[in-house]
Design a binder for this molecule. Structure first.
Ligand SMILES: [Zn+2]
Length: 64
């Protein structure tokens, strides 16, 4: 599911504030933050989420 920017509501979000639902597109992120490196990228977030899920899946397999 594609996240939309919470500011313009039109562009696809590229950045997210860690542990929040504050999503920003490239342009709005750059407007809001001098340094976008404080933000997590949506890709990175998705990857971490997947890692967590994979980890849980492995744990469950082991306990069976
Ligand atoms: Zn935007």
């Amino acid at each position: 599911m594609v996240k939309k920017c919470i500011l313009c509501g039109e562009e696809e979000a590229k950045f997210v504030i860690k542990d929040t639902n504050n999503y920003y597109c490239d342009e709005c992120a750059k407007d809001m933050f001098d340094n976008v490196s404080v933000l997590q990228t949506v890709e990175e977030q998705a990857r971490k989420l997947k890692e967590e899920i994979d980890k849980h899946a492995e744990d469950e397999e082991e306990s069976e």
